[in-house]
Design a protein around this ligand. Sequence first.
Ligand code: AMP
Length: 485
Amino acid sequence: MSSDISTNPFADDRLREECGIFGIWGKPEAAAFVVLGLHALQHRGQEASGIVSFDGERFYMERREGLVGDQFSVGGPIDRIKGANAIGHVRYSTTGGSLNRNIQPFFADVADGGIAVAHNGNLTNAHALRKRLVRSGSIFYSTSDTECIVHLIATSSAGRIVDRLIDALKQVEGAYSLVCLTRKKLIGVRDPLGVRPLVIGRLEGAYVLASETCALDIIGAEFVRDVKPGEMVVISDSGIESYQPFPPQRPRFCIFEYVYFARPDSMIDGLGVYAVRKSIGSELALEAPVDADMVVPVPDSGVPAGIGYAETSKIPFELGIIRNHYVGRTFIEPSDHIRHLGVKLKHNANRARLKGKRVVLVDDSIVRGTTSKKIVKMVRDAGATEVHMRIAGPPTTDSCFYGVDTPEKSNLLAANYTIAEMCRFIGADSLSFISINGLYRALHQTRRDGKTTRYCDACFTGEYPTPLSDRDNVADNGQLTLLAM
Ligand code: AMP
């Protein structure tokens, strides 16, 4: 086939997505709450959003490109999504043309009734599953890995829809936090390693599921607990039930959620994200001290670590770079050309503060190096006499296959250059990253080198906690080899 759908999914970034999910059961005008929840999760995906609701009679679905607040206003589509039960999804993917077809939630009528599925994460055997499903007659509508789950539910021989979902999930590999809506249930589930977050909340008798606690806060919902790794919670009018359908495994939550991805005001697994980032900054100050006049964070992502660095180093913290909040994240602009432009649009040097000063710049990560290079130059152009870059994550040496968008390894600066070479590339006087052990110390954990840890840190270590079946079946010529079935 010539279409991109059935060829190599690693030829571009299309199937790698960053997402946020939200669900609510038992609250009139549920869609309005979903809009608020998705708005709080907008940092997890800015390209598209969708909502599916059920009002006791029928399902309603609206899926749009663009920011939640722009697309789901009162008096617009939100009024058409009726009922007291609803789920929603925000997504970002570096997609080409077929964006619309990939907007979630996905909905399907299966034997036991309709089901809508919203997924955060990424399956690592989606291509193999898809080939098998297509050969046995499934007709795919999107290029998304999530649609495999829907087809596996549809083709399961189990009876009840919950059992069909369990049956489906036993066949997938990789990372998933899901919220699903049926006529009678709201279901939340995390993969056995718990790579992506999912929390349970309550709002005046209604149940809420959300990627992060900041989405509970926005609607005044009370935090109940995290969904456990490998746990499935089934919410209905008779309350909440918990299942553990998978054999227990050591959890491997994504450490990058703490470093960058989650919102700083969220709590994950009992730890405040802001506090962790501040501790990383403190550890970084101990590991990589420098004589300087001021600590300047790259806003917003470098701010908590910058505060931690300044506190521990006793060097004054200054807002030497001001961020314009009316542009999206530079990282996600579609082309290199615009990405370069984006950095200029987003950050400006606070010249009066920087002139004649020795500056420690703090950011969370260097991916391609585009941001750091621009920022260092900008700070120098504003008159700083020295610029020392400190990074609050270890070098990003490996791609994520579990739902955080990262470029291919060949485009990761740290995968291809030494730290000294990277320092020259970004034009800094010195460059240091937090060590992997320093990062674990900030999380009150120890990483025993070479041994399994309680986090997935594959982007920093290359130690992937699940099989990467699809990647490993890509032959040298970039084509997928035929899988034995
Ligand atoms: P780069 O310019 O390619 O080196 O990207 C680094 C910048 O992008 C840093 O300022 C990070 O805050 C941000 N960043 C890192 N990882 C991601 C990601 N997965 N999605 C969006 N932004 C990111």
